[in-house]
Design a protein around this ligand. Structure first.
Ligand code: PMM
Length: 304
């Protein structure tokens, strides 16, 4: 896809994280900054601190509402970095982007990393384990009344694909997410600050991911802001490829990713987490233009 010119950045610095959680008029865009040597989508590209900061600035200039900084790859089979290494990767990047006025979420399963990132100015915690990886995470997030993204998760990346077994993936994921939500709220997480995420690609095969994509309005009905992380995932890279052929490389999946962003917006989801922010901002402007011209009654097919 030809590079897209970034549209004028929207007024994102005016909105703090809790206010962003309340946005319903449009689907927000979270731009990914992976400070890892081995993420499947952009592994190694932004591993050096300066490169990661420069990339975060590009993501912001392209119109991201939130920048998601992570220091642990969650690709299937990935080994975990030490806490010290994860801290070394993310904290300087968070500080620099917060210094630029960005709303930063910290993508981590470890409370030590979340705490250091929040001390450096991060405004929300994106925990792919939904609090199951580190028992100290949820009490700490609750005590600090932080916005918290809890993803559907069945175990660490080392062996998560062996857990990709469902009776009905949509029903099972919705039930497990709702039960996680109840546990989190019981543990003190403010339900108004809780975002849920179906966890595409985490203990899910391509058919599971597609079934969830077909059921986005059902996820919306869980009654919480929903974050969707489809960006550059392998199921998108397999489209149009012969059975058994290698998927398209991750860097060539942004057209398909943009299509998932449109689907998310049409289903009224809160936010999409994407690598190529410019293409998603462009396609979401199309959805927005249609919504802005809809009659006051909700039009058929635009589930907001
Ligand atoms: N996917 C990845 C990492 N973090 N966080 C949330 N909330 N949802 C996701 O789907 C998600 C995530 C893995 O993708 P990456 O390697 O491109 O960051």
């Amino acid at each position: 896809m030809a590079p897209m010119t970034a549209p004028a950045p929207r007024d994102r610095t005016a909105l703090d994280a809790p206010t962003l959680l309340g946005v319903r008029e449009r689907t927000l865009v979270m731009g990914v900054v992976n400070v890892t040597p081995d993420s499947f989508s952009d592994g190694g590209e932004w591993f050096e601190q300066d490169a990661a900061i420069a990339h975060g600035r590009e993501v912001l200039a392209a119109g991201a509402d939130i920048v998601d900084v992570g220091g642990e790859s969650t690709r299937p089979g990935a080994a975990r970095p030490s806490v010290e290494e994860e801290l070394r990767r993310v904290v300087p990047v968070v500080s620099a982007l917060v210094g630029d006025g960005a709303v930063v979420s910290i993508d981590t399963m470890r409370v030590e990393v979340a705490r250091a990132a929040v001390d450096a100015g991060a405004a929300m915690v994106n925990d792919v384990s939904g609090g199951q990886a580190d028992p100290d995470m949820v009490p700490w997030v609750a005590a600090n009344r932080l916005p918290y993204i809890a993803m559907h998760w069945r175990g660490h990346s080392t062996d998560m694909q062996s857990r990709a077994v469902y009776d009905d993936v949509v029903e099972d994921v919705c039930r497990e997410l709702a039960s996680r939500r109840d546990d989190l709220v019981r543990a003190g997480i403010d339900e108004d600050l809780l975002v849920l995420d179906p966890g595409l690609g985490f203990a899910k095969n391509a058919d599971h991911n597609w079934a969830l994509m077909a059921a986005l309005p059902v996820l919306h009905d869980l009654g919480h802001p929903i974050l969707l992380g489809a960006s550059r995932k392998t199921f998108l890279g397999r489209l149009g490829r012969d059975e058994g052929a290698a998927p398209r490389p991750a860097s060539e999946r942004d057209v398909e990713t943009a299509a998932t962003s449109v689907m998310a917006a049409m289903a009224g989801l809160w936010c999409v987490r994407v690598h190529d922010v410019a293409s998603t901002v462009r396609v979401l402007s199309v959805v927005q233009a249609a919504l802005d011209h809809a009659p006051a009654d909700e039009p058929e097919g635009l589930d907001r």
